[in-house]
Design a protein around this ligand. Structure first.
Ligand code: SAH
Length: 194
């Protein structure tokens, strides 16, 4: 499907996606589809996880990565294998708790999970070399842009249901460069926590 980075492809081959969904859905875990993870949310389609990871991972290892909308933790597990440290935020407490214990059990030890509102980012650990947002706001949140390092990249779906595009933003010394990658369909990025 156009993913070329060998390291990303190998991570996609070896990360056990069936351990991130309910047992009843485990037999479908290796289909290229989104699946329900409860609370009206979905685990992202594997293709989109790979495409977003590849867009961020262009020049060697990343030190700090911020992930907004960690859901079941599958994307966090993928990121943890290309990053020094992953800071993952999830707004639904039950999902945040579940993903924290799952990542711990599976020994993805370089991921820190916070139950919180991803619109605000996670300022204490900024700036980030990469930011991955897995739910769509209608515009790019200013606080996330502020937490991006110079030379850092952010991949984020933007727009309302039915008309979203995946954008790649790069912070340069001169400002922000923006590229539109493809049309996508994500759940909305919501304010506050639950
Ligand atoms: N990559 C995840 C995607 C989960 S769907 C996976 O594969 O499991 C998107 C997630 O974003 C949902 O779990 C939803 O609760 C969360 N989300 C929505 N708005 C958010 C916000 N403001 N802050 C943090 N998480 C948010």
């Amino acid at each position: 499907m156009g993913i070329r980075n060998e390291q990303i492809l190998e991570i996609m081959r070896t990360t056990p996606r069936h351990l991130f969904v309910d047992e009843a859905l485990a037999s479908r875990a290796y289909e290229n589809t989104a699946l329900p993870i409860g609370f009206g949310q979905t685990i992202s389609q594997p293709y989109i996880v790979a495409a977003m990871s590849e867009a961020l991972f262009v020049s060697g290892r990343l030190d700090r990565v911020l992930e907004v909308g960690a859901g079941c933790g599958y994307q966090s597990a993928v990121l943890s294998q290309i990053a020094g440290r992953v800071f993952a935020i999830e707004r639904i407490a039950a999902l945040a708790n579940k993903l924290r214990s799952r990542l711990h059990e599976l020994r993805f030890n370089n991921v820190r999970v916070r139950h919180g509102d991803g619109f605000l980012g996670w300022a204490e650990n900024a700036p980030y070399d990469a930011i991955l947002v897995a739910a769509a706001p209608v515009g790019v949140p200013a606080q996330l842009l502020e937490q991006l390092a110079v030379g850092g990249r952010m991949v984020i779906p933007v727009g309302r249901a039915g008309s979203q595009e995946l954008r790649l933003l790069t912070r340069t010394a001169a400002g922000i460069e923006e590229e539109i990658l493809e049309r996508v369909s994500f759940v909305p990025l919501l304010d506050g926590t639950s």
